[in-house]
Each structure stands twice: as C-alpha cells, then as structure tokens.
Write a protein that binds this ligand. Structure first.
Ligand code: PEP
Ligand code: MG
Length: 602
C-alpha cells in the first residue's frame, strides 16, 4: 500500500461518560438511536497521504476537477439571459477557480506534504478563507459572504473530486439520527421519503429552514448544537430531546430509560391531540378560529390535511428555485401548484410568489453580493426587476387557479406602488393564459405579506390594492427590532411579542377591519401556544402555521374565551418590555397550558 494513514484514534472499548450538548429545541419529540454524522463535504472526504510516484496523478485530478467545475459554472452562466445580474458572480467564481494562489497552495500541499487532492484542496481553501479578517459570521455578513464564496468554490471542487452528490445525506439504510453542520433544502426534501429518527445541527434557530422542515415532517430536532460534529461519531448512541433542546451522547442506562419513556409520552399525547383533527377550531366561548398550514414542499400538502388544516395559508414557492442550476419552467411550476391545489381542494391555497434573497438560499439563485442581503434585492423587489422570470411564475399560478381556490400573495411589500406593479403583471399573465385558450378562475385574489414596518405602519393605505393581509412576523420582527433573523447571539431578543410588534399587529388588524379585507398571521408566532391567545385577543381569527402545530393550537384555543384573550391582549399592550409581556402570558396561561407546553401531557 502506498498511502500512509494519518494518525487516528483507535476505537476504545470502554464505557464512555455521557456528554450533553445544549442547543435550541427545533422540533418537538424525543428520539434515541445511532448517529449518522454527515458533517459536510469539507469534512466528509478521506484524508490520504500519497506516494511520491502519485504526485503527478493527484495534480491531474485537481486539474480535471477544476475543469469539471468550470464547465458546470459556465453551463449555469449560459442558461442566464444576457444582462443577468448574477453573471458577474459566476464570473468571479470562475476566476477564483483559476486563481494562481489557490493552485499554488494546493500544489504545495500535494508535492511537499504528500496529501491527496481532496485534503490539499480543503486545506488550501481553509488557508485562504482564514486570511479574511476575523469576524463572527453573525455580525459581519460582508466578510462571511466572501468566506462563503471561497467555501462555495472549494465545495464545487470537492464535489467534482469526490463525485459527491448535491445531497450530503446518503440514503439511510437503517433508522439513524442525522448529525450535520446544517442541512440543505435538498437534504430535508429527501427526508420526506426516508425519514431520519432525528436531526442535530450545529447551526440554525427555531425559525430556520431545518427546524421548519423537521417540524413539518414531525422529526425531533435540536438545532444550534455547537460542537456536535466534534463530539459525536457515527454509530454513537445519542438522544435528541427536541422538547428541551438537549443532545445526550453516550447516554447512561437511566438517561436511556427516561428518554424512551418521554418519547412514548410525547407520541401518545400528540396522538390524542391529533384525534380531534376533524373538529373545527373554536374558543371555549364558541368563536371560530381558522387554522391553516404553512408548507414548503408539495408533499406537505397531504400532511397539512392530515393535521386538520383548513387550507394552505402560505406556500413558500421559493423551494422550487432551490438547489438547481436553471429556473423552473412554467409547466413544472404549474404541475406543482395544481397538485397542491387538487390535494387541498375545496380548501383554499395561498401561493406566495418567490421570496428569494435575504437568508433565503441566495447562493442558489446566484444573487449579487450585498452588504446587507436582508435589506437588499429580495422577494418582490427581485421579482419586479426580473419581470420575465416573475411572469413565468404568475402564469403558472393563474393556470393553477382553474383547479381550485387559489390566492396569490406577495412577500416583502414596502410600498403601495409595488402592489400596483404586481397587479399589472398579474393581469398580463391572465391575458397571456387567456390568449392561449387555457383555463383559469375568473378572479384570483391578490394579497400581501405585511412584514416590512412601512407596510404595517400604513396598512390602511394598502387595503384598496391588497385583497388580504398576512402578517409575516418573522420578518416584521427582523426589520422592526433591527435583529437579523439568522443571528444566534441575538436570537433571544427577537421576540414576536415585543410591545412594538403587538402595536403594529393591532394596527394592521384594525386597518384590515376598516378596509373590509381578511387578515391572518403566518409567522412562527402563530404556532406559539402562549402567544396565540394574545393574537386572538388582538382580533385575529385566522392563523397559518406548520401543520404539526395545528392540533395543539386547537387544543389551546378550546380552553380560552375571547374575553380572556382580550384581557391578555390589553395587559400585554400596556407592557413596556418583552419580559413584562412574557410575565403576563405565563401568569394567565402557564398553568392552563402546562401539559401542552411540556409536550408530554404532564
Ligand atoms: C415571515 O416572515 O413571518 C414569514 C412567514 O415568511 P418567511 O418566514 O418565509 O420569511
Ligand atoms: Mg417573511
């Protein structure tokens, strides 16, 4: 054998002490099982020392990988129209692939250190990335974006070298708990077919993509578990406690017994709640509240109905644009929208036009680098700058309206003229569909997300141009409190019950009532058991949330009257701080909802 293995720790047959990692409770439930550590492509390749005779062959492998990555990027670049604003980024990536500094660093590691191509490449990329000034990736998005670009290029090269697929998670041949730095949308999408027992990720928050997906798929998850990749090895038995946000590695017999019992209690409790799925949601005094589902994947439409959703209140169509080199065609989008509408019909479906940019998969849409992507070319702003792409989506939505109750919702609206511009395009899409002789509904309501403070403050001015409102509290919090929704250090400050948010919500609800249009909440606060009575007290009668939360929200609302909710809202609106609001909620509802809050019925 020519290769000399790097020093490795041999397996030790001793009882290892149990270790606990504290993360964020991303998705409820408790899972026990063997870990499958997928890390990421940067850590998942084999590190080999090579023989001198193989140096030339390894250098050739790097050359071939660079060529393959160049071909792939050029293909993407060619698929974009002439003056496309993503082209400069692709050109920059192509230049980076040819960067002599990168190649020198790789070659030195292969020639002098005798490392295999993958190892040399990863080391070289790391060395280059580390030359950027130190910055916490949460606080300096410009630097982290640039580092991300280097990582992106290195990632492409590593994939070309190892033949790694876009999905990091291999097909699960036995039930495992997936431990990863982060999960790509492609990975979580794959989980619909091959469910994992649980997820542990090093990054993420309660509102991050992985958590949302895990809750939708009802897979226990702990996210933001710092150090998980270093602490867990594939095959280790671990406990994922998605109720408490804890990961236990090498659990003791007692911890295992406790986890198994809690898992069973959680399942029994959730099953009991689910049994009432066909009962309408009403408060204790008999007022109807409409509960709908937020979905990201078409397959979730079925899950939504199974959980008793009265329709889809938010379909995040950006999922269709993710992890792919080319934009989805009208036909492909039409097929997906129609399938969802047919699954859910006669219940309504709100299709949100693509919300790309900000923290939403920017790299796959190849957006230009911006200092503050959340404040940049995102959502409706992007759609209006790329009408040819937007019209493709609108036509697909218009055609889907032939199959059921379809409503279109626009994200990130900040000004009335944006709604007017969208309406003009929607009318054009309708005319195009008519011209082709294709079927469509006569009317398709056009509404908007209220998630930018400017729109919330002057909501009354939007009611002539928007046919419904849906409060996107995730972004409303981000923009009102000036807290990046992906920031870990500030996550505990980003409260949707901040008194300022409550005032904005109250104003929007009143504007909708005066303008005679419906209003809902579709941000994550709609599935927060303690916050929901407060929302109802502020006048909301429609909530849209991840499907899995519907049964417990229904159970919670059945225990409170509108009078109680209004009293809670009045007390909360009087509060000066989030702590005071939290105290009001705990005081009024803590005991009443104790069993729902624990997730195990205790
Ligand atoms: C929101 O911002 O609250 C919302 C529901 O939309 P998203 O989380 O997709 O930005
Ligand atoms: Mg939003």
């Amino acid at each position: 054998m020519n290769s000399r293995p790097p020093p490795s720790s041999s397996s030790i047959d001793v009882v290892l002490p149990s270790v606990q990692l504290k993360g964020i409770a991303g998705s409820p439930g408790v899972a026990v099982g063997p870990a499958l550590v997928v890390g990421d492509v940067h850590t998942a390749y084999v590190r080999r020392y090579i023989h001198t005779a193989h140096i030339a062959a390894e250098l050739e492998r790097v050359k071939k990988a660079v060529e393959a990555a160049q071909v792939a990027l050029r293909e993407v670049s060619r698929s974009l129209s002439g003056a496309h604003d993503q082209k400069p980024i692709l050109e920059a990536y192509l230049m980076m692939l040819a960067d002599p500094l990168l190649h020198e660093e790789i070659e030195r590691r292969i020639r002098d250190d005798k490392k295999c191509a993958e190892w040399a490449l990863a080391g070289a990329a790391e060395a280059i990335a580390s030359r950027f000034p130190a910055a916490s990736h949460d606080t300096d998005s410009y630097i982290s974006e640039r580092k991300h670009d280097v990582e992106f290029v290195a990632d492409r090269l590593l994939r070309a070298l190892t033949g790694a697929p876009e999905r990091l998670i291999p097909k699960l041949d036995h039930p495992s708990i997936v431990v990863a730095r982060d999960l790509s949308p492609a990975d979580t999408a794959g989980m619909v077919k091959e469910p994992a027992l649980g997820f542990v990720t090093e990054v993420g928050s309660r509102t991050s993509h992985t958590s949302i997906m895990a809750r939708a798929l009802e897979i226990p998850a702990v996210v933001g578990a710092d150090g998980a990749l270093a602490a867990v090895r594939t095959g280790d038995t671990i406990i994922v406690d998605g109720l408490r946000g804890l990961v236990t590695i090498h659990p003791s017999e007692d911890q295992l017994a406790d986890a198994t019992a809690r898992a069973a209690r959680h399942l029994a409790f959730a099953k009991g709640l689910l049994a009432k799925r066909d009962m309408p949601c009403t408060t204790a005094c008999g007022v109807r509240i409409s509960l709908k589902a937020n979905v990201e994947l078409p397959a979730e439409a079925t899950l939504a109905i199974e959980h008793g959703a009265e329709g889809i209140g938010l379909y995040r169509t950006e999922f269709l644009y993710v992890d792919r080199a080319t934009l989805p065609s009208e036909e492909e989008q039409y097929d997906v929208y129609r399938a969802i509408v047919q699954t859910v019909s006669p219940r309504p479906v709100v299709l949100r036009t693509f919300d790309i940019g900000g923290d939403k998969f920017a790299s796959s849409f190849q957006l230009p680098a911006e200092m503050n992507p959340a404040l940049g070319l995102r959502a409706v702003r992007l759609a209006l700058r790329r009408p040819e792409v937007f019209l493709v989506q609108l036509r697909a939505m218009v055609r889907a309206s032939a199959h059921g109750d379809v409503r279109v919702m626009v994200p990130m609206v900040a000004s009335v003229d944006e709604m007017r511009a969208v309406r003009t395009l929607l009318e054009r899409a309708q005319a195009d569909v008519d011209e082709r002789g294709q079927a469509r509904a006569k009317d398709m309501p056009l509404g908007m997300m209220v998630e930018v403070p400017s729109a919330a403050v002057m909501a009354d001015m939007f009611t002539e141009d928007a046919e419904f409102f849906s409060l996107g509290t995730n972004d409303l919090v981000q923009y009102s409190l000036a807290i990046d929704r992906t920031s870990r250090p500030l996550a505990d400050l980003a409260s949707a019950v901040h008194p300022s948010i409550l005032r904005l919500v109250q104003g929007v609800v009143r504007a909708a009532a005066n303008g005679n249009i419906p209003v809902a909440v579709c941000g994550a606060v709609a599935s927060d058991i303690l916050a929901v009575p407060l929302l109802v007290g502020l006048g909301l009668r429609e909530l849209s949330m991840e499907a899995a939360a519907i049964p417990e929200i229904k159970a919670a609302l059945a225990r409170v009257t509108i009078d109680q909710c209004e009293k809670i809202a009045a007390r909360a609106l009087d509060a000066r701080t989030v702590t005071e609001v939290d105290e009001v909620l705990a005081e009024e509802l803590g005991t009443l909802f104790q069993d729902l809050l624990s997730g195990t019925g205790e």
